[in-house]
Design a protein around this ligand. Structure first.
Ligand SMILES: Nc1ncnc2c1ncn2[C@@H]1O[C@H](COP(=O)(O)OP(=O)(O)O)[C@@H](O)[C@H]1O
Ligand SMILES: [Mg+2]
Length: 453
């Protein structure tokens, strides 16, 4: 058996995808971001990386499945899976599903970026695990927010569409229950506070009868005050034999420490996110004086190119609003993504942009993190990404630019330089990535056409 230390040393902590407070001082709400990604995603995120598996018992055979049939699911459940349009298991599901369904039960910690099929995987495991003849709660799943719990519940309901005897209850605020009367639903999905109450204060659930416990979005969970402790308190009520499953999009030390507490002797599955690359992207900079000048450059650029879609980054909400107003005045159809919008509003803006209703998306950095829009052909840094000390924020630069030129397509990135300081930043970025950023004169049409073809 692998010692804890050993296991940990093999797992290199990954930089947070979107972690908590940003360097620029704006708060990123992880739960909101996660929900937003759910709302705008309709299919799996592509990932060509290999799955890393660390088995609790390295001598036991490692199973992976290429089809759902191999899992020998109940026919009604298999029908539900196919009905969702799933043809074959996703990368992470290939390994995770056989592990979660194995007898005797095994604990699992799984990490992969959002959109790779984690929630669908454990939903399937829960539906397969329960005995519909037993009218008590057997699977307990907790998620960081009301909205995320509802999202998971919808997946379970859809997948379990042809399993009418399996019932689901939502342990979320506002769902009032009579004290002391045990629930008959085999699956309960909820938030830590309410679920804890249901187990202890209200006695709706018999914790000792829970045989599968799932923690979804563990990284978001521990970022929320109190959720971590409530989760641990729920965990303490359960028996040692209860199967524990934990899922997370990122895996920083804090997530790892939490996971170790609630998931003893785990198998570990990890799928690294596909690296963003600058290889297929041509990078330019344009020298400007002030924001009006940048605006003119942008219009020249846009007018002279046949651009499928562009994404423009500003530093502040105010700048984003100003730019949007001016582009609109010029007759462009522009979508604006800004911090004060609700998650639903943002989702609908992104949806419209994706469907090509608007060709230009103006956004602040905070708003855009973690969102995958694939068909962008031009990224413009109207303001360059800097950290709090005013240095180049290389990570953010890569993240912004990495949206273009994906999946073999070619992309362009244009940076607006309006001071000696911003020229320094461009130089820092060039050095960091060891890639040339070419000067572009947007008033010279011919030069532009030849450079950007
Ligand atoms: N095996 C699969 N085949 C096709 N689509 C899938 C499969 N598994 C999940 N999906 C879809 O991919 C998207 C992301 O899945 P989800 O389970 O929410 O990922 P995660 O929990 O890792 O964010 C959802 O739209 C889901 O319906
Ligand atoms: Mg999920």
């Amino acid at each position: 058996r692998l010692g804890r230390k050993k296991v940990k040393s093999n797992i290199v902590p990954e930089k947070s995808e979107n972690g908590g407070w940003r360097k620029d001082g704006d708060k990123v709400d992880l739960a909101e971001q996660s929900l937003l990604n759910k709302l705008i995603r309709h299919s799996l995120v592509r990932n060509r990386n290999q799955v890393e598996v660390l088995q609790r018992d390295p001598t036991s055979p490692l199973y992976s499945v290429k089809t759902f049939e191999e899992l020998r699911l109940k026919p009604d459940l298999l029908k539900g899976v196919y009905n969702m349009g799933f043809n074959r298991p996703s990368r992470i599901q290939e390994n995770a599903l056989p592990m979660m369904l194995a007898q005797p039960p095994q604990n699992l910690i799984a990490q992969s970026q959002s959109g790779t099929g984690k929630t669908a995987a454990f939903s399937l495991a829960m539906l397969s695990h329960v005995n519909p003849a037993n009218k008590w709660t057997q699977c307990l799943c907790i998620a960081p927010t009301y909205e995320l719990a509802l999202q998971i519940g919808q997946v379970i309901e859809q997948m379990g569409k042809y399993c009418p005897d399996v019932k689901l209850a939502y342990g979320i605020r506002g769902n009032r229950m009579e004290r002391g009367i045990k629930l008959q639903e085999q699956i309960v999905i909820g938030t830590p506070g309410t679920v804890l109450d249901w187990c202890t204060k209200y006695r709706l659930i018999e914790p000792k009868k829970i045989t599968m416990f799932v923690l979804d979005e563990a990284d978001v969970m521990i970022a929320t005050q109190g959720h971590r402790d409530q989760s641990i308190r729920i965990h303490r009520q359960l028996t040692k034999d209860c199967q524990m499953l934990l899922f997370s999009a990122t895996f920083e030390d804090s997530v790892w420490r939490f996971a170790e507490q609630v998931v003893p002797d785990p198998n570990i599955i990890r799928l690294k996110r596909e690296e963003e690359t600058l290889d297929t992207i041509k990078q330019f900079y344009v020298v400007c004086k002030e924001k009006e000048d940048k605006f003119t450059a942008l219009c020249n650029l846009y007018g002279s190119l046949t651009i499928a879609q562009a994404m423009i980054f500003c530093h502040t909400r105010k700048m984003a609003a100003w730019l949007t107003a001016n582009l609109t005045k010029e007759g462009h159809q522009v979508a604006l993504l800004s911090g004060e919008m609700t998650v639903e509003q943002r989702a609908s803006v992104i949806e419209r942009y994706r469907n090509g209703k608007e060709k230009v998306l103006v956004t602040t950095n905070v708003c855009s993190r973690g969102i995958d829009v694939e068909q962008v052909s031009l990224v413009v840094n109207f303001d360059l990404p800097v950290d709090m000390d005013g240095n180049a924020d290389n990570e953010t630069y890569l993240h912004r630019i990495g949206r273009t030129g994906r999946f073999g397509r070619r992309g362009f990135a244009v940076n607006m330089v309006d001071s000696k300081h911003s020229m320094d930043i461009i130089n820092q970025i060039e050095m960091h990535f060891n890639r040339r950023i070419t000067k572009l004169d947007t008033s010279d049409l011919e030069e532009m056409e030849s450079l950007m073809s």
